[in-house]
Design a protein around this ligand. Structure first.
Ligand code: IPE
Ligand code: IPE
Ligand code: MG
Length: 238
């Protein structure tokens, strides 16, 4: 079964570039190509929601030229990619802390979201200046300000991804076995898939491998295997 919501930590751009004696930003540029390809694949496979980690709260600590290169790539993508996403039924959301981002980028986010809000084929969440800890803290602050009790349900409703169900499958490329402050709350029962492929090389066989692995998992959500196994129907002839 195809997962409804796939989340991806798109990691390995820097190493992809290093291997080719290219600047790290060249890896990010190629990473953008891989994302474009991955969106098409998800559309083809009937995935409902794709959530990608594009820039973390902690990535500001990288060298200034890499951070500015990533901001330029983002601005270029906002200017160029939105029309085709719009035409292909993609509903865009930019998820993360807007503080620290330029007014121009924030306006670009709003315009892209507004232009694609009516689309229903694929919800694409781009997590930019996102951190799982930031998300939980901002949600807790919202609930506290409302004066309501802080319950899991109320908190979930205030998180930055409240418009979609939790991810079914998380893919991390680049070989690292960690979450790196991605969706800390939402990954509670997500199936995890780690791939050694560097993100710029990620293509159809790697996505299909992850989807196949997911299809073989038994999701128990705390229950026993007997409780969740599909019921075997006895026929009256037996
Ligand atoms: C992921 O690739 C993209 C961002 C974090 C923006 P990296 O840049 O982390 O690539 P590696 O891990 O150094 O290879
Ligand atoms: C996670 O990758 C963030 C993104 C992919 C945007 P990092 O490369 O920043 O993670 P660490 O530093 O290896 O944990
Ligand atoms: Mg990395």
């Amino acid at each position: 079964m195809t997962p409804h919501h796939i989340a991806i930590v798109m990691d390995g751009n820097g190493r992809w570039a290093n291997k080719r004696f290219m600047p790290r930003v060249a890896g990010h540029r190629q990473g953008l190509e891989a994302l474009r390809r991955c969106i098409r694949l998800c559309l083809d496979r009937g995935v409902g929601v794709l959530t990608v980690f594009a820039f973390s709260s902690e990535n500001w600590a990288r060298p200034a030229d890499e951070v500015s290169g990533l901001m330029e790539l983002l601005a270029g993508a906002l200017a160029r990619e939105v029309p085709s996403l719009k035409d292909n039924g993609v509903q865009l959301h930019f998820v993360g802390d807007r503080r620290g981002l330029s007014d121009k980028v924030c306006q670009g986010f709003e315009q892209a979201q507004g232009a694609t809000a009516h689309n229903r084929r694929l919800v694409l969440n781009i997590c930019f200046n996102y951190g799982g800890r930031w998300d939980i803290a901002q949600a807790a602050q919202q609930v506290a300000q409302s004066g309501e009790a802080i319950t899991p349900e109320r908190l979930a409703g205030a998180l930055a991804l409240a418009h979609v169900p939790d991810p079914d499958l998380l893919i991390r490329t680049g070989g690292e076995l960690r979450i790196s402050n991605f969706l800390l709350w939402q990954l509670a029962y997500t199936e995890l898939h780690f791939s050694d492929v560097l993100w710029p090389d990620f293509d159809a066989p790697h996505l299909d491998e992850a989807i196949d692995a997911f299809a073989g998992r038994e999701r128990r959500f705390g229950k026993t295997s007997a409780q969740v196994a599909p019921a075997v129907h006895k026929t009256s002839a037996a």
